[in-house]
Design a protein around this ligand. Structure first.
Ligand code: ZN
Length: 255
């Protein structure tokens, strides 16, 4: 079973297309939310994501851009982009976004895994450090492997014998398509973030995603990917839409 995990695409069409092109063969896809917001191709990205027919957990930007979350919850730039997205989105996409389920999401065909946008405790929580991750690991009733997004930071946390350890993939090169594989120890629990497709914030501008593999006999594995994309084209769309320039400049910095 090979599962493609996408998160925080944020209306970045060029990044999404580059990821799908670079992705190895997979059996199914799960999307951890924030399909829209920040970047300027919300309709095209909703078209692509809906055509994939995969489960999607709702993100805070999906709620804000479809009127389910007050824009006063956002900083000025995020609120401006959410307002722009509300007016740009086709009605059928707005309705689809409003109907997205809140995490945690479970799939019958993927036992032992759950999917959230923020954290298992709170869909809007940022799991940024060992303290927060530890609190999440201590929540009763959750699965051993939890995929989360929201922070736009690729990597995650492992938990064993009461200790929480943060990790991030290391790559050989800052150019081109790169991958970093890790084996999941059966006695450990994991919070895994595939990174953000459309607005990475870990100082690597390349689009991020992950592939989870489990085939019964071998221990499960997760492979993190980074993929270059046509960032100038994404930036040109942002500027043409009169969105804040900062949304364009940050993409090239990966921040
Ligand atoms: Zn996001």
């Amino acid at each position: 079973m090979r599962l493609l995990v996408l998160s925080d695409i944020h209306a970045n069409l060029e990044a999404l297309e580059a990821c799908l092109e670079a992705a190895p063969a997979y059996d199914s896809v799960v999307n951890l939310g924030d399909v829209v917001g920040y970047n300027a191709s919300p309709n095209e990205v909703c078209d692509r994501v809906r055509a994939m027919g995969c489960p999607v957990v709702r993100g805070n930007h999906d709620r804000a851009c479809s009127g389910l979350l007050a824009l006063s919850e956002f900083n000025l730039v995020a609120a401006m982009s959410a307002r722009w997205t509300q007016t740009a989105l086709a009605n059928h996409h707005l309705n689809w976004l409003r109907a997205l389920p809140q995490g945690p999401l479970l799939r019958e065909e993927l036992p032992g895994i759950e999917f959230v946008h923020g954290s298992p405790r709170d869909e809007d929580e940022y799991v940024l450090n060992n303290l927060t991750a530890g609190l999440d690991f201590h929540m009763p009733g959750h699965q051993d492997v939890i995929f989360f997004g929201h922070t736009h930071l690729q990597g995650g946390f492992a938990y064993k014998d009461g200790k929480t350890l943060a990790f991030a993939p290391r790559y050989q090169s800052s150019d081109g398509v790169v991958r970093s594989e890790m084996t999941l120890a059966p006695e450990e629990r994991y919070l895994l973030n595939p990174g953000s497709v459309g607005q990475p914030r870990d100082n690597d501008w390349r689009a991020a995603f992950a592939l989870y593999e489990a085939d019964g006999e071998k221990p499960a594995r997760v492979t993190f990917y980074r993929v270059p994309y046509d960032v100038q084209q994404t930036q040109a769309r942002i500027l043409a839409a009169d969105l804040p320039e900062r949304l364009a400049t940050r993409l090239a910095l990966g921040r």
